[in-house]
Design a protein around this ligand. Structure first.
Ligand code: ADP
Length: 513
């Protein structure tokens, strides 16, 4: 198992270098690799999106909030200015004292009576000039002399006008209202907005600090979570680096769960298992093939060593034996090659096959093999799509086996039948016909526990004296059946004969001859 703390690159140097050269050349612990890691990119993308969201939310909130605060301030100043103007106009009409005074001086008196707040200033503008100012804070004038000209410029005869002046670095929000019916006379009320602005700036600072904290927390938590989620990928990489031709036993530790990464780890393990299985089968096959080829070679060597070269009779006899053994080796190699190719496309060539004729031709070939009661059990009078050569090869092999494991008085029967599915299984698929071919004998049979093994390569049971064979015959029969999409099976009981059956599902329904 590749575990969290393993560093296979240090442990298994040779094989991974050859199998995964690219992986070996990369330094998984380098900073470059860290910046390119999925974990870093996932966290960076998440933080980027959070940052963009926080900035947008902050901008929208604060712009709206600041504008509203300015609007509230402007409205308060306007209300104040209007109320003063209204007082003056009322008094002018009703009070005898006021009747003879100018509007500007009446305004001045009203402003002084009202007493502006400590952060406020009031001013009277007449004919484009500031005529007087009343400061709320006598110690520190908001509307300094240098600003008077700018203040006078803020007037608008059409109605109230809002503005902002720079009072020595402090923002002075102003509203100027015209005196209705008195041309050229205006009244200004201004308020220091520095405190309000400072309050706004402090809100922005608090928001920024909280956001930064959130981003840092998200980076830490996101990093840990992403690391945990992607951990199987890291272990997958380590396991891949450790897997080599001589070690397919590595597996990735799979955590509980059904998430994508866990499923990937499971799939990876399944793939390794298959590779491992395939490699083991290949090794087994090579061992068996080597072993089988060694026997005829030993025989060849033995005969050659014992041969008396000056005795022509002995030379001829040895030659015959050697040719026999070479033939056996040839058959073995041919069978091995055939099995090796059996999985390839083109191994079988389908064409219309008339089953009764196929059976007759096989019978013609096999009845001369030995003196037995040869017979045909049943004939399927159908034409089906199959490879006649391969089917003949399989049936001849089964018949030859039957000869080997029966006595002269025994019966060997061939048969064929088309099986149609009787009941539908509830699916909408059209029922598929099956071609069934068999070779039956009443020989020694096969014990139940051996019936699986005999279809494997070199799987032999009755290997007594006089029974020749390589153990590849039934493997070839099974390969031919599988290449047709079917299976080869046996029904037998030890001592009571055997029936070898090939079942081939038909791609299209068989046609009657
Ligand atoms: P072999 O070359 O040994 O015959 P096969 O693959 O053809 O190899 O058969 C595998 C084994 O199956 C044989 O060794 C034999 O034990 C058993 N077998 C095959 N055919 C028969 C049969 N008709 N009756 C009994 N046993 C059989």
């Amino acid at each position: 198992m590749a575990t969290l703390d393993e560093h296979p690159s240090e442990d298994g140097p040779a094989a991974p270098a050859a199998v995964f050269p690219e992986a070996e050349t990369q330094d998984p612990s380098g900073w470059g690799a860290k910046f390119h890691s999925v974990r870093f990119r996932v966290v960076a993308a998440m933080l980027g999106m959070m940052l963009a969201g926080l900035i947008t939310a902050g901008l929208v909130t604060f712009v709206v909030q600041f504008q509203e605060a300015d609007a509230r301030l402007d409205q308060a100043l306007l209300d104040k200015a209007n109320s003063v103007v209204k007082i003056v106009q009322t008094k002018k009409k009703t009070s005898g004292d006021y009747a003879n005074r100018t509007y500007i001086s009446a305004l001045h008196e009203a402003a002084e009576d009202i007493e502006p707040r400590s952060n406020e200033v009031m001013a009277g503008i007449v004919d484009g000039r500031v005529a007087w100012t009343v400061e709320g804070n006598g110690d520190k004038a908001l509307l300094e002399d240098s600003m008077l000209a700018d203040a006078a410029e803020l007037r608008n005869p059409a109605g109230a006008s809002f503005g902002e002046l720079d009072a020595d670095g402090r923002p002075l929000r102003t509203v100027v209202v015209p005196m209705r019916g008195v041309t050229g006379t205006f009244f200004l009320v201004g308020r220091d907005a520095a405190d309000q602005r400072e309050h706004n700036a402090s809100s922005v600072r608090t928001y920024s600090l909280v956001s930064l904290g959130m981003l840092l927390a998200a980076a830490v938590i996101g990093g840990i979570v992403a690391g945990r989620l992607l951990d199987p990928l890291r272990r997958l990489r380590e396991a891949s680096r450790a897997v080599g031709p001589e070690d397919l036993t590595q597996r990735v530790e799979v955590r509980k769960g059904e998430d994508d990464v866990t499923l990937l780890a499971k799939t990876f393990n399944t793939m390794l298992e298959r590779l491992d299985e395939g490699a083991q089968q290949q090794q087994q096959f090579l061992d068996d093939a080597g072993h089988e080829l060694r026997t005829p070679l030993t025989i060849l060597r033995g005969h050659l060593e014992l041969e008396t070269v000056d005795d022509p009779d002995d030379v001829i006899a040895t030659r015959d034996v050697l040719l026999d053994e070479v033939d056996r080796m040839q058959r073995l190699v041919d069978d091995l090659l055939l099995l090796a190719n059996s999985g390839e496309i083109g191994f079988i060539q389908r064409e219309p096959v008339r089953i009764p004729e196929l059976l007759d031709q096989v019978m013609e070939k096999v009845h001369v093999l030995a003196d037995r009661h040869w017979q045909i059990d049943e004939r399927a009078d159908y034409v089906v799509e199959a490879d006649p050569q391969r089917l003949t090869q399989a049936l001849v092999q089964l018949a030859a086996n039957a000869v080997k494991y029966t006595r002269p008085s025994s019966t060997i029967a061939l048969g064929s039948r088309i099986e149609r599915p009787t009941a539908t299984d509830g699916t909408s698929l059209p029922p598929q016909d099956t071609l069934v071919l068999w070779v039956r004998d009443d020989g020694i049979g096969i014990a139940a526990e051996d019936q699986q093994r005999i279809f494997e390569r070199f799987g032999r049971v009755h290997t007594g004296r006089g029974v020749e064979g390589s153990g590849l015959g039934l493997a070839i029969v099974a390969a031919i059946a599988q290449a047709h999409g079917g299976v080869a099976t046996v029904e037998s009981e030890y001592g009571h004969g055997a029936t070898f059956i090939i079942r081939i599902p038909l791609q299209s329904s068989g046609v009657r001859v």
